[in-house]
Design a protein around this ligand. Structure first.
Ligand code: NI
Length: 172
């Protein structure tokens, strides 16, 4: 049975922590967690989800950036490392842990990631555009970084103030 996890929001310390390296692979628990992460991501209308966003501080992320009218392209990243980046893109970026906030973030256009799959096998994959952005965004999560860290301090402080206000109002 699938479990839909609630998404942890900005302000929770788990999002600011460096997640632990995964050392056990191929277990039923890991497979269930990955299935639940995909279901939770889809339920939240996201294209990527990192384990800290469901309160689990382990280096695991799932991504599916495929267009809605195309077959799914489910990518599991465990212990990911960014190997290579090239080019530049500026697009609006959001995060399930910062609902309601989207900002333009400049990122590389091409990104090669190295990661392990559910069985522990290492693989490399190169993405461009949205997929490149997702590789970086999700890998950032596993090191305690949100897209806020790529904004100007002015914009970052503005968002922090708005979040604080929402927290005070009990709406966060
Ligand atoms: Ni995010």
């Amino acid at each position: 049975m699938a479990k839909i996890y609630p998404i942890v929001k900005y302000g929770d310390p788990v999002l600011a922590r460096t997640a632990a390296i995964v050392t056990e692979f191929g277990t039923p628990e890991l497979k269930q967690l990955l299935a639940d992460m995909f279901d939770s991501m889809i339920a939240a209308n996201g294209v990527g989800l990192a384990a800290p966003q469901i309160g689990i501080s382990q280096r695991i992320a799932v991504i599916d950036c495929s267009p809605r009218d195309q077959p799914p392209d489910r990518i599991v990243l465990i212990n990911p490392e960014i190997l290579h980046t090239a080019g530049k893109q500026s697009e609006e970026e959001g995060c399930l842990s910062l609902p309601g906030f989207r900002e333009s973030v400049t990122r590389p256009m091409h990104v090669t990631v190295r990661a392990q799959d559910a069985e522990g096998r290492w693989f490399e994959r190169t993405g461009e555009d949205l997929l490149a952005r997702a590789f970086l965004h999700e890998t950032d999560h596993l090191h305690g970084r949100l897209f806020l860290s790529h904004l100007s301090s002015l914009k970052r402080e503005m968002i922090k103030r708005k979040v604080k206000k929402l927290q005070n109002e009990g709406e966060w």
